[in-house]
Design a protein around this ligand. Structure first.
Ligand code: PEP
Length: 251
């Protein structure tokens, strides 16, 4: 059975002290509740080791927001999957639209990153999603199909089964404009059918597909109630412990 998951993406926010404080707050808040989903925070590279030291990893997962497309060597400023894994992190966001858009990450690069992450037993949270123009011109289902096929369909069924997918319509990220629950469900059901076409129903049914894009406590319950939505990847609202917990407890 697939898991329900709420994952925070802190992006390039918080100093080390602020980030450790926020992680401690989320960790503390989780102690007081019986969460009905897995909870993960994906934090800046600089914070990983320190955050790993203050959270209970049995209740709160830790991830990076990216990793390099090489294992080691002369790649100044890059951080590799083995380095991420060595901090105690278990997850890594890959293919976020901000990485695709601002840092030129192509499906080819992402394919390499996914393989390197899996080799370190990191769970990729792999992001896909269309831009506004593609939503408006009606090509959004095809765009997302292509993103999945190009970056992920060389994986074995076993490796594909280790991924978490996150559908993040780019027009909804950080804009306050959320996809309706119906729009999310349409895409999530489509993604599941694309997976089923390649790997079969069992792999498709077991794949957790998260929604991301201006998700907040006020809309999470409705979005998460859809049968193919298995949780959320949360940006802005993950930077405030009460808001993030408001989304966690939407399950
Ligand atoms: C994200 O960037 O992954 C995201 C979903 O951001 P926001 O929740 O701020 O739209």
């Amino acid at each position: 059975m697939r898991k329900n998951i709420v994952a925070g993406n802190w992006k390039m926010n918080t100093t080390l002290a602020e980030g450790v404080g926020l992680a401690k707050d989320v960790n503390e808040a989780l102690k007081g509740i019986d969460a009905k989903c897995d909870v993960v925070i994906c934090v800046p590279f600089t914070h990983l080791a320190s955050v790993a030291g203050v959270i209970d990893s049995s209740k709160l997962g830790l991830g990076a927001e990216n990793c390099a497309d090489h294992v080691k060597g002369a790649y100044t400023g890059e951080v590799s999957a083995p380095m991420v894994a060595s901090t105690g992190a278990g997850y890594v966001i890959l293919g976020h639209s901000e990485r695709r858009q601002y840092y030129g990450e192509t499906s080819e690069i992402l394919k390499t990153k996914v393989n390197l992450a899996l080799a370190e037993n990191l769970t990729p949270i792999f992001c896909i999603g269309e831009v506004l123009e593609e939503r408006e011109n009606g090509t959004f289902l095809d765009v997302v199909t292509k993103q999945i096929e190009e970056a992920l369909f060389d994986l074995s069924a076993e490796d594909f089964g280790k991924l978490i997918l996150a559908y993040e319509p780019v027009w909804a990220i950080g804009t306050g404009k959320t996809a309706t629950a119906e729009q999310a469900e349409e895409m999530h059901a489509h993604i599941r059918s694309v997976i089923a076409g390649k790997y079969g129903n069992e792999v498709a049914e077991n794949c957790s597909i998260l929604y991301g894009g201006s998700c907040k406590p006020s809309n999470a319950k409705e979005i998460f109630s859809k049968p193919d939505v298995d949780g959320g990847l949360i940006g802005g609202a993950a930077l405030d412990c009460a808001s993030f917990m408001g989304i966690v407890t939407a399950f």
